[in-house]
Design a protein around this ligand. Structure first.
Ligand code: GP9
Ligand code: MN
Length: 619
């Protein structure tokens, strides 16, 4: 029975299809025949090349290919389980660098994942059993067979090319993951569905942009917030994974963020602000804060920069005689910050080279070490009587949020111990403590009353497969409602101006990270004269927002609704923003908002051209 030369072909096809079946089921919940076929061809092709090239003894090479493809499928599956996003080839190349995914692997595996390796096992057995016999001979595949497979691939591929990738998961479901990646690789910009043309600064109409977001334009200098904090120092604390729901929240009769809560007494707290990062995560948050432009989305924005300085928030502050510094206790090359910081205009960047590598928690030195270091730099500036802008990025509350026992300050109910949510709350409470110590340092240095202190979150921490049903249950009881996408994506944006603000909460004005730069510069009395996408959140109530990468293309958030376009797993979803209750699809209204949103994204991309295309490097 084993004598047929076609046996190896049959085994190969069967094992690849079985593996692809599991892959597609896990990724897209899809077992359709057509999907399976278009997905399988590219995964099969390497085996047939092996048959062509290694007629004598193909199995060892087949083992290598099957192992490689299994590892790749596993990485894609785990990535999707964590971020709820089907990763691109670029995301996967980043995961080698990022300990972010590696550290949470224990939360991501499923026992059924062994299915990915059954093919390798079968091939090893075949190799051992038939090594010395002639029974498992090489099938008579020839150029014709490989050509047929290639032809089908080209047909699928050209079809894929003709369709815009609005959402990697949806396109991958339709055309196959590898085909989609080839499309993405060959045209990195295609994923955003735009043919942008560069625009001159004079073509930019900010008034029009504000009106497109349903607001009545008022010149910046006429906003009541303008210059309220003129000439103050600016400290912007970008807190890793900080979500809005923890602020003011209690658990077991303890505040989760007692120190941030204390700041609220002298702050304006915006409670309706959404994260807008793309695949560049923390670095995209830095980007949004400082440029008020949308990130590229499918890949970290910093990867596209050509080095030309931008009219960033940092550069506006530099020109207003601020000394600008940024602090992050990680490698400067991570997320290409060595390129980003000069583009943004930072005069000093303090990273792992300067910040002592002590009291390491997770990624690097603890936030306690970070803030001690920042305090020393602040002291020097105070001594030199210089006005400063310090951007401080914390790191300790990074996933998987595991804290040394000595740094766990919350007394959590037993059932929360060692759970994902429990760990998250402990790590946030720890960082809050360090923020409290830093604020005290500013008071001790006598500059607290001359400062603006901003606390905001870079992106969510609680999402994806690491959130077990138990974790979701904890969130439900903490929030008093089911943990929603709005809870996941809203971040705190707290602006403390001692002596000016008192317990001020703004929940009416909708905002995103793109709005932080105009809001802060307005407060400092600095007029923005270059094109931006955001608006002053103290003044404007209405907004139209989206996030690339973490939501399918076409999604939007406005003051009334949260719309999520369809992806591989879910159909279109339309919610009332306030209570996140599902509501009937109002298609013309959705279409209008989607088109307006696309116009905003196109505009943002056109503004980016001089800073991304190589032709303009020396402009
Ligand atoms: C990396 C750190 C964490 O330097 O900022 O990044 P993240 O994984 O959140 O993008
Ligand atoms: Mn981050």
């Amino acid at each position: 029975m084993m004598k047929s030369p076609l046996l190896l072909t049959a085994i190969t096809i069967a094992i690849v299809i079985a593996k692809v079946c599991y892959f597609r089921y896990e990724l897209f919940n899809d077992l359709s025949l057509i999907g399976l076929l278009s997905e399988s061809i590219l995964w099969l092709l390497p085996y047939f090349f092996i048959f062509l090239l290694f007629k004598k003894n193909p199995i060892p090479f087949m083992i290598v290919i099957s192992l490689l493809s299994s590892v790749l499928m596993l990485m894609i599956t785990w990535y999707e389980r964590y971020f709820l996003i089907v990763p691109s080839y670029f995301d996967l190349s980043q995961t080698g660098q990022a300990s972010s995914i590696v550290e949470i692997l224990p939360y991501l595996y499923a026992f059924s994942d062994v299915i990915f390796f059954i093919d390798t096992l079968i091939l090893i057995v075949a190799f051992v059993v038939f090594r010395k016999s002639e029974t498992l001979s090489v099938p008579r595949v020839n150029i014709v067979m490989v050509s047929v497979l290639l032809l089908v691939t080209i047909i699928i591929q050209s079809n894929a090319f003709n369709n815009t990738i609005y959402d990697v998961s949806a396109t991958s479901k339709e055309y196959g993951y590898l085909n989609t990646q080839i499309t993405q690789m060959m045209n990195r910009n295609m994923s955003q569905n735009i043919t942008v043309t560069q625009m001159g600064e004079n073509d930019f109409d900010y008034e029009n942009l504000i009106e497109l977001k349903n607001n009545e334009y008022v010149p910046d200098i006429e906003h009541t917030s303008f210059g309220l904090a003129k000439d103050r120092h600016l400290f912007v604390i970008q807190v890793e994974s900080l979500q809005e729901f923890v602020v003011g929240q209690e658990i077991n009769n303890q505040e989760i963020t007692p120190n941030i809560n204390k700041l609220l007494g002298e702050s304006t707290e915006f409670t309706n602000v959404f994260q807008q990062i793309g695949a560049g995560n923390t670095s995209d948050s830095e980007w949004l804060l400082h440029t008020s432009l949308y990130p590229k989305g499918m890949e970290a924005t910093v990867n596209f920069l050509n080095g030309k300085p931008m009219p960033s928030m940092v550069n506006y502050l530099n020109r207003a005689d601020y000394r600008s510094m940024t602090f992050h206790a990680d490698e400067i090359e991570y997320w290409n910050r060595d390129v980003l910081y000069p583009v943004l205009g930072f005069q000093k960047a303090f990273t792992e080279n300067e910040i002592p590598n002590e009291d390491v928690i997770g990624f690097g030195p603890s936030d306690s070490v970070l803030f001690d270091f920042v305090t020393e730099q602040v002291k020097e500036k105070v001594k030199a009587d210089e006005r400063m802008y310090a951007n401080i990025m914390t790191l300790t509350s990074h996933t998987p949020f595991e804290m040394p026992k000595k740094d766990e300050f919350l007394n959590l109910p037993k059932k929360y111990e060692d759970t994902y949510v429990g760990n998250y709350l402990q790590s946030v409470r720890y960082t809050d403590e360090q923020i409290g110590r830093f604020v005290q340092n500013l008071k001790d240095l006598g500059i607290y009353d001359e400062s603006v202190i901003v606390v905001f979150g870079d992106h969510s921490g609680l999402h994806g497969r690491p959130m077990t049903p138990k974790d979701n249950e904890f969130m439900g009881s903490l929030l008093g409602h089911q943990y929603s996408l709005k809870d996941r994506f809203t971040i705190p944006f707290i602006v403390t101006v001692p002596g000016v603000f008192k317990n001020h909460t703004i929940n009416t004005n909708l905002g995103g990270q793109v709005d932080m730069m105009p809001t802060l510069l307005n407060l400092l009395g600095i007029e923005i004269k270059t094109p931006i996408m955001g608006q002053n959140l103290f003044h404007y109530k209405n907004n139209l927002l989206t996030m690339r990468y973490y939501l399918p293309g076409g999604s939007f958030i406005n003051n009334e609704n949260f719309y999520i376009a369809e992806n591989a797993r879910f159909p279109k979803r339309f919610y009332n923003l306030e209570d996140m209750k599902r509501t009937d699809l109002d298609l013309p209204y959705i279409l209008q908002n989607t088109e307006d949103m696309q116009e905003l994204l196109n505009l943002s991309d056109s503004l980016l051209i001089p800073y991304t295309s190589e032709d303009n490097q020396t402009d």
